[in-house]
Design a protein around this ligand. Structure first.
Ligand code: UTP
Length: 227
């Protein structure tokens, strides 16, 4: 059976915009798709995580402590997604990608958040994809595609339909210097996907038709990263 890893941003799960309705629709879609393939969902923390991290920073917490707060929120979001999936979800939030692989059951979805301090859930999704030999990673975000620059800041920003692993690598590294879009996919995650040549689909996770196509490996309006 094919394995597909979906990295779903906190900004998609809990933006505070009819989230229960969205989560119900998301769960219906995933429940349908998980019959023919093993789906792993990796949940991000979104603005709730940012709130805790910013407040913790004001309190003088270390980076490690702040990461732990962020991880706790990603697991809280994973719990919410599990509730929406009901008995279609494996009822445990694994803390490692190895454990995620071990608890996988056919016809059920493994839902997790972060693992250890020092990276984001995009990186976790790439590590998990490597662990389970996933055929693709779907990055369900709050933007509709990858752009050459942040379209909110730069009018000339071009939307990208299909890019190579090398181009993704260049894009995420450009972000480091504040010039490019840093939010498309985590740098470490991009490196892992590149190394193992695991294609990445970047789509707006609130657009369930797009998400469906990405999980199925069909042509999307968003961005395809691959060879
Ligand atoms: P996210 O994966 O949501 O981070 O995890 P992000 O990419 O910064 O958030 P978005 O996509 O822009 O909304 C939230 C935070 O939790 C910690 C990090 O501090 C991260 O920024 N985290 C998460 C870890 O330290 N390890 C993990 O495995 C996951």
């Amino acid at each position: 059976m094919e394995n597909v890893v979906v990295s779903i941003g906190g900004s998609v799960i809990v933006p505070g915009n009819d989230d229960h309705l969205y989560l119900t629709a998301l769960a219906n879609l995933i429940a349908e798709l998980c019959e023919e393939r093993q789906v792993f969902l990796v949940c991000g923390g979104g603005k709730v995580a940012r709130y805790y991290i910013n407040t913790g920073r004001e309190l003088g917490a270390t980076v490690h402590e702040l990461d732990d707060l962020g991880i706790a929120v990603t697991r809280l979001n994973a719990g919410l997604v599990q509730l929406a999936l009901g008995d279609k979800a494996v009822r445990r939030v694994p803390h490692t990608v190895k454990d995620a692989k071990l608890i996988a059951q056919s016809g059920k979805v493994v839902v997790m958040g972060g693992t250890v301090p020092g990276h984001t859930t995009d990186a976790v999704s790439a590590m998990l994809a490597e662990e389970v030999h996933a055929i693709r990673i779907v990055n369900a975000t709050s933007v509709d595609a990858a752009y050459t620059a942040d379209p909110k800041k730069l009018k000339e920003a071009r939307r990208l339909h299909r890019i190579s692993f090398k181009e993704l690598h260049d894009l995420v590294n450009k972000g480091e210097h504040g010039a490019g879009p840093s939010g498309i996919f985590d740098r470490l995650g991009a490196d892992i996907a590149l190394k193992h040549r695991i294609p990445i689909y970047i789509v707006n996770g609130r657009n369930l038709e797009e998400l469906r196509k990405a999980i199925l490996g069909l042509d999307v309006e968003g961005t395809y990263v691959g060879d």
